[in-house]
Design a protein around this ligand. Sequence first.
Ligand SMILES: Cc1cc2nc3c(=O)[nH]c(=O)nc-3n(C[C@H](O)[C@H](O)[C@H](O)COP(=O)(O)OP(=O)(O)OC[C@H]3O[C@@H](n4cnc5c(N)ncnc54)[C@H](O)[C@@H]3O)c2cc1C
Length: 408
Amino acid sequence: MDFKDTPEEAAYRKQVQDWLAANAPKRGADGDPEGGGDLTAAKAWQARKAAAGYAQITWPKEWGGQGGTPIQQVIFNQEEAKYPTPGNPFQIGLGMCVPTVATFADAETKQRFVGPALRGEEIWCQLFSEPSGGSDVAAARTRAVQADDGSGDWIINGQKVWTTGAQFSDFGIVVCRTDPNVPKHKGLTMFWLDMHDPGVEVKPIHQMSGGSGFNEVFFTDVRVKDSQRLGAVGDGWKVSLVTLMNERLAVGGATGAGWAEFMEAARSIPSADGASALKDGALREKLADWYVQAEGLKHTRNRTMTALSRGQTPGPESSIGKVVSAVQMQELANSAIEMLDQYGIINDPELAPLRAAFQSSFMFAPGLRIAGGTDEILKNIIAERVLGLPGDIRVDKDVPFKDMPTGR
Ligand SMILES: Cc1cc2nc3c(=O)[nH]c(=O)nc-3n(C[C@H](O)[C@H](O)[C@H](O)COP(=O)(O)OP(=O)(O)OC[C@H]3O[C@@H](n4cnc5c(N)ncnc54)[C@H](O)[C@@H]3O)c2cc1C
């Protein structure tokens, strides 16, 4: 099998490489895998990409994209990853929220939001998960009730949680319960809202990494216009599926310290008998397992790349990538910390080996196994949609939402 670029892809890669060589930052990586990083630097880099048409390559030219193909976007991402660019706080907005707005809002709203989001001037967040439902987004309890003053406005009350980037977001898309009398998937409606509304309260969640990448968000009588509704009343589940489809493509695999860094560390660490840690039998067994997984992943990615290269949409098998790579990232990090012995507990990039790359992965990996679909949910997708096994049992599918047991 030949997975090399086609002549057109190779020409595009060269064009991207030349542009990045002239424009990408050469220093300044902040090692912030949660995507916040230095907001000013991130906005400047986004504006520069947008000016050159590289911000969203697949978007049409009239939106500021290149009208390019998904494979061109993949090529750009691969090449950009070679540079220490700032974190990407725009990924959720551009990858999920704005495409949802663009699909369901009127032309004027679309026109208002697409350009500023593309240029990094406005940031969006995805307000789906709640204390009552993350995997089960359809269990949302945040209520939107139409005001009784004849304005047609909606009043939102409730709480979301794990909202990435809410602390610096300007807008969000929020899925709300508008009808509790019908089964859970049928009584939801989606809106966009202004995060600066006084009824929106954002409380950052402090993480073990020291960062606060995501938040609790509380809504108290937040008034939104009916024109801020995305899709029909009661169609919020269908609208959220559009967002979630985009999420599966955007979340991707693990990007932290990997195989190459592990080998570098293992070679340089002496074992008890003075040889390198690479001579350790137990470690060699793990290395063999990871190697097999890495090869499997490489070929699964090649399958996705081939589908994109042929202009096809990758199938549900791309869920395999995150399940395997997030677990591998966690195992690599755990073993590396153990191998580094007392140095493993030093989390300061100035002092720790490999600028604390494994310490950072160690703390980020558990979140990656949950974000964008937990291991179990992705395995269900693989079982049902890739392997064609019988579906998960869904007992609450036809029960009116208000009659679902809550444990209270
Ligand atoms: C880094 C990070 C960023 C995030 N960013 C956002 C964001 O920006 N916006 C947002 O809305 N949400 C966000 N989330 C939330 C994320 O979508 C949810 O955490 C995730 O969907 C899981 O939901 P939950 O936490 O409610 O766990 P639950 O759904 O309660 O799951 C608990 C456990 O039960 C298992 N489980 C649940 N259902 C099944 C089933 N049917 N079969 C088998 N096992 C099952 C799960 O796998 C898990 O182990 C983020 C999460 C993380 C970690």
